[in-house]
Design a protein around this ligand. Structure first.
Ligand code: MSP
Length: 518
C-alpha cells in the first residue's frame, strides 16, 4: 500500500546543526504527525549529505578522515532530531552503500540512454556553490555571497542533457500549478525558465575532488554533489526493488527556499523524467530564519541561534511551539529572543500551563481526583463545546494546508476561551455552595477538562512530549485520531494524575540566552 512519503533536505555534513536545520525537521515532523492523526500511514525520511568539496576541505583542515568526520556529524544531527522530538522513520547518509549503488545505477542508465556526454567546458566556477555560474547570476554587478570565490576554470567533464527537457518542464509546471508551495515560488521558477537552460555538469575530476561517488564509467571522476544528493529521495526507499512503489512518488519534499531552484525545481524533475519516473507531488519551500534586522545567521557573524540551548532551558516543545507559531511557512521570519521569552511566558506558562494546573488541582480538591462528566445545561458550556468542535475542523484544515501558525493561533484561542469560561463560572466559589452549586461545579470542571483534552489532542503535532504529559495529568490516554475527535465524555470518571508544572518559570539570568535579538 502506498504510504504518504515525506522527505526533508539532507543536511550538509560540514557544520553543526543550527536553527535552520532544526526548524525544517520540526516542520516536517509536525506535518507527518498531523497526517497520522488523519489515519494516513506515513514514511518520514531525513538524512545527511556527506560528499563534496566542503566536507573534503573541512576534513583536510582538521586533519581527519572525511568518513570519520561524517560519522561524527551524523551522530550530532541525529541527536538534534532526537532532542527536538523529530521522529523520522529512516535516516539516509549518502556514503551508505544502499545510496551509492543506486547513484551508480542511475548514472549507468542515463549514460546508456545517451543523456550524458563528455565535453570540455571553460567558464566561471563558484567554489562555494560547487558549480559553474554565469555572468547573469551577478546581482547589481556583484556575485551573490553564497557563491564565495568565483574563478575561471577550464575542464573536461560529463554533462547531463538538461536543456533537452526545458520545454517539457515548462509545460509540466504550467499544467500543474500546485507543484510548488507556496504558489509564488512556482511563478519564479517559470520566470527562471524563460532563459535557455544549460546542460548540467555532473562530474568533478578526482584530482580536484576525491570525496564523492565515482562515475561508474570513468574512474577519474566523481559525480557532482547535487546529482548525488537528490537521488537520496529514491535510494532510501528501495529504487529498483518491488518495495519502491509503496513510497514513490513522494508526497512532499520539504526544503528551504534557497535550494528550490534550480536544484529541486529543475534538475530533480528532469532527472526523474529522464528515468521515466513520476515526479513528487509537491515541493514545499519554507522561508528562512534570519537574525535581528533581517541579517543572515552565520557562525562568523556570531548571530546564530542554537536550538539545543533553547531546548535545554525551555524544553524542546517550547522551541517547537515557537518556531511553528512564528514562521508562516513560505515566508522568512526574524528570530527574536525577546519574543521567544514573551511567548513562553504568556502562551505556554500562563495560558496553557495555568489552565492545566488549575483544572487538575480543582478536580483533586473538589472532586476527590475523579474527573466529572461535562454537562451541557448552560449556555456557556454549549458555547465552549461548539467552539472546541469548530476548532477541531479549523485546525485539521489549517494543518492540511501546512499552516501551523494559523492552527496554533486557533488552538490558543480555545485555551483562552477555556480560561475565560472558568473565570465566568468561578468554580472556586461554587465549591462553597449547596447541592445546586455542587452540580454546577462538577459540570464546569468536566467541561473545562474536556475542552483542554481536545486542545491537547490538537497540539500533538507541535508539542508531542508536552501533550503526553498533559493528558497523563488529566488521566486520559491520547486518542490519536482527529477524525473522531469530538466533545464527549472521554475524560469523565478518569482519575487525574500527578500534578507537575509543564512550563516552569525560567530565571532571569537563564533567560539571557544568545545576545542576538534581545
Ligand atoms: N545538502 C543540501 C541539501 C540537499 S537536499 C537533496 C543543503 N544542506 S544545508 O545543510 O545547507 O541546508 C539544509 C536545509 O536547511 C535546507 O533546506 C536549507 O534551506 C535549510 N536552512 C539552512 N539555513 C536556514 C535558515 N536560516 N532558516 C531556515 N532554513 C534554512 O542545502
Amino acid at each position: 500500500m502506498k504510504r504518504f512519503y515525506l522527505t526533508t533536505a539532507i543536511d550538509y555534513a560540514n557544520g553543526s546543526p543550527h536553527l535552520g536545520h532544526a526548524y525544517e525537521k520540526i516542520l516536517a515532523d509536525a506535518i507527518v504527525r498531523a497526517r497520522r492523526l488523519e489515519g494516513v500511514s506515513c514514511h518520514f525520511l531525513t538524512g545527511l549529505d556527506e560528499h563534496g568539496q566542503k566536507v573534503q576541505e573541512t576534513a583536510e583542515r582538521l586533519g581527519r578522515d572525511p568518513q570519520l568526520l561524517c560519522d561524527g556529524m551524523a551522530k550530532e544531527f541525529q541527536a538534534m532530531c532526537q532532542r527536538m522530538g523529530v521522529a523520522y522513520d529512516d535516516y539516509i547518509r549518502t556514503t551508505e552503500p544502499r545510496h551509492r549503488e543506486v547513484v551508480k545505477d542511475i548514472l549507468r542508465q542515463l549514460n546508456r540512454k545517451g543523456e550524458i556526454y563528455k565535453a570540455v567546458y571553460g567558464g566561471l566556477y563558484s567554489v562555494r556553490a560547487e558549480r559553474f555560474v554565469q555572468e547573469k547570476d551577478r546581482i547589481d554587478g556583484r556575485w551573490p555571497e553564497d557563491f564565495g570565490e568565483v574563478i575561471e576554470l577550464e575542464e573536461e567533464n560529463y554533462f547531463f542533457r538538461l536543456s533537452n527537457y526545458q520545454d517539457w518542464l515548462v509545460d509540466f509546471l504550467q499544467k500543474n500549478s500546485n507543484f510548488i508551495f507556496p504558489a509564488h515560488r512556482q511563478r519564479q521558477v517559470l520566470e527562471f525558465l524563460k532563459e535557455p537552460l544549460n546542460d548540467l555538469c555532473i562530474s568533478r575530476p578526482k584530482s580536484r575532488l576525491h570525496w564523492g561517488i565515482e562515475m561508474p564509467f570513468d574512474g577519474d571522476y566523481v559525480t557532482y554533489v547535487w546529482f548525488d544528493a537528490l537521488i537520496n529521495y529514491i535510494s532510501a526507499v528501495g529504487y529498483g526493488t518491488e518495495n519502491f512503489s509503496n513510497f514513490w512518488p513522494a508526497d512532499v519534499h520539504v526544503i528551504g527556499k534557497d535550494i528550490l531552484s534550480p536544484a529541486h525545481a529543475v534538475y530533480w524533475p528532469i532527472m526523474l523524467h529522464a528515468l521515466d519516473l513520476p515526479l513528487p507531488r509537491c515541493l514545499l519551500a519554507h522561508g528562512w530564519w534570519l537574525a535581528k534586522g533581517g541579517a543572515k545567521m552565520s557562525k562568523s557573524e556570531g548571530n546564530a541561534v542554537h536550538p539545543m540551548d533553547y531546548a535545554d532551558i525551555y524544553g524542546s516543545d517550547a522551541f517547537r511551539y515557537f518556531v511553528l507559531r512564528e514562521m508562516n511557512v513560505g515566508q522568512d521570519s526574524n528570530f527574536s529572543h525577546d519574543l521567544f521569552v514573551a511567548r513562553y511566558r504568556a502562551d505556554l506558562a500562563n495560558d496553557l500551563g495555568n489552565l492545566l494546573s488549575r483544572l487538575v488541582s480543582m478536580v483533586d480538591r473538589y472532586c476527590g481526583g475523579t474527573v466529572p462528566a461535562p454537562a451541557l445545561d448552560g449556555d456557556l458550556e454549549k458555547e465552549l463545546k461548539s467552539f472546541a468542535e469548530s476548532t477541531v475542523a479549523h485546525v485539521r484544515e489549517r494543518c492540511g494546508a501546512y499552516d501551523f501558525a494559523g492552527a496554533l493561533e486557533r488552538i490558543f484561542s480555545l485555551v483562552q476561551a477555556a480560561n475565560r469560561y472558568l473565570e465566568c463560572r468561578e468554580p472556586w466559589k461554587l465549591a462553597k455552595g449547596g447541592p445546586e452549586e455542587q452540580k454546577m461545579l462538577r459540570d464546569c470542571l468536566g467541561s473545562g477538562v474536556e475542552c483542554l483534552r481536545i486542545g491537547a489532542e490538537l497540539l500533538f503535532p507541535a508539542m508531542p512530549a508536552a501533550v503526553e504529559k498533559m493528558l497523563a495529568q488529566l488521566g486520559v490516554e491520547r486518542a490519536g485520531d482527529w477524525r473522531v475527535l469530538a466533545w464527549g465524555k472521554s475524560t469523565a470518571g478518569k482519575k487525574i494524575g500527578k500534578r507537575t508544572i509543564l512550563f516552569p518559570p525560567v530565571e532571569e539570568e537563564e533567560d539571557a540566552l544568545p545576545p542576538l535579538s534581545a
